[in-house]
Design a protein around this ligand. Structure first.
Ligand code: AGV
Ligand code: CA
Length: 317
């Protein structure tokens, strides 16, 4: 089709799947134009993640996409061992054939949360934000620029939440009902829920269907003549030990599915309009609750609103 590519800001947090997501977004220039990248210091070391991002961009010939690092802090930090896992991507020879000075040219000095607003403010059309970490940066611009910010966002596609399934947080004092991106900054979810920003949520309900398996990674070998495939297979290979180390809780293509659903709507034909609220404090903080579920309302929660939610993936894979 002759439609113009959708402009996208990629707001990520440097996990292994965040980097495969970057590859996916860059690999479809006819559908998506990435106008900027913001990195939250959440499931990563942000300086490392920014470097990896810049080197991936450079390696793939994208020399004009700015990258900025957010300074917003955690409410509940990720474990250090997860935060360092991005180093396994950063050291890959395939992305280190570049010199560090030219790579650094696209690193923005402004804090990522302010740069996010700068990007939105200076674009003529409404922008889609693909957010694959906590919602802190999005919440920041809503808090500071309110409806003006909301009006500039086409949609936020967010990997986060767990609606009808168990969460993935295992943390002292928490009841396990939340997904980690929401748990890292629960009030941010409340701020976004209390705003008019259109949001498409891709929760654990669907990402549970996309474990990263050896079969998936082997398939990239059949297309090893393509740099994107080699990079994707290489990056996924960093989490393959999960298959035998933690068979009951493998690594998932959480963030990558989120971007895939944006790119191929037929992947996620069922997008529910779900009335839900967010728990912003207390032992269930970070939980996203469908309004038809019986959970006592309290001062701990955001207002209810309708959210487009990918609950089901239709295609086999
Ligand atoms: O909850 C899923 C989110 C996704 O954005 N992240 C990882 C993905 O990038 C947090 C997370 C949950 N469990 C994890 C996570 C784990 N075991 N290791 C690293 N990150
Ligand atoms: Ca992530």
């Amino acid at each position: 089709t002759a439609a113009k590519p959708q402009k996208v800001i990629f707001d990520h947090d440097g996990g292994i799947d965040d980097f495969v997501t970057l590859l996916l977004l860059l690999s479809k220039p006819e559908l998506v134009s990435v106008v900027g990248i913001t990195i939250l210091d959440a499931d990563c070391r942000a300086e490392v993640a920014a470097n990896t991002t810049l080197k991936l961009l450079h390696t793939l010939g994208f020399n004009d996409i700015p990258v900025a690092i957010s300074t917003l802090p955690a409410v509940n930090p990720f474990p250090d061992i997860w935060r360092w896992s991005g180093l396994t991507v950063d050291v890959q020879p395939l992305i280190n054939q570049v010199d560090s000075i030219s790579v650094k040219q696209n690193l923005v000095q402004q804090p990522g949360q302010d740069f996010l607003w700068e990007l939105l403010r200076t674009q003529l059309e409404r922008i889609t934000i693909v957010a694959t970490g906590p919602l802190s940066n999005v919440a920041y611009i809503i808090k500071h620029y309110g409806d003006e910010a909301a009006a500039r966002i086409k949609e936020v596609w967010w990997m986060g939440g767990a609606v009808y399934v168990q969460g993935n947080v295992d943390y002292p004092g928490h009841d396990g009902s939340a997904e980690w991106n929401a748990f890292w900054d629960p009030p941010a979810v409340g701020v976004v829920w209390n705003s008019s920003v259109p949001i498409v949520m891709v929760p654990l309900d669907v990402t549970n269907h996309v474990p990263v398996t050896p079969d998936l990674i082997y398939r990239f070998g059949r297309q090893a003549e393509y740099l994107y495939s080699v990079l994707a297979g290489t990056i996924w290979s960093k989490v393959i030990s999960w298959v035998y180390e933690r068979p009951l809780e493998p690594y998932f293509a959480w963030d990558t599915l989120t971007a895939a659903c944006l790119l191929s709507r037929e992947l996620c034909a069922r997008v529910d309009d779900l009335v839900s609220y967010a728990v912003v404090s207390g032992p269930s903080q970070g939980r996203v609750v469908a309004a038809n579920q019986c959970v006592a309302r309290s001062s701990d929660v955001s207002r209810q609103r309708t959210i487009a939610t990918v609950i089901q993936v239709d295609a086999e894979e």
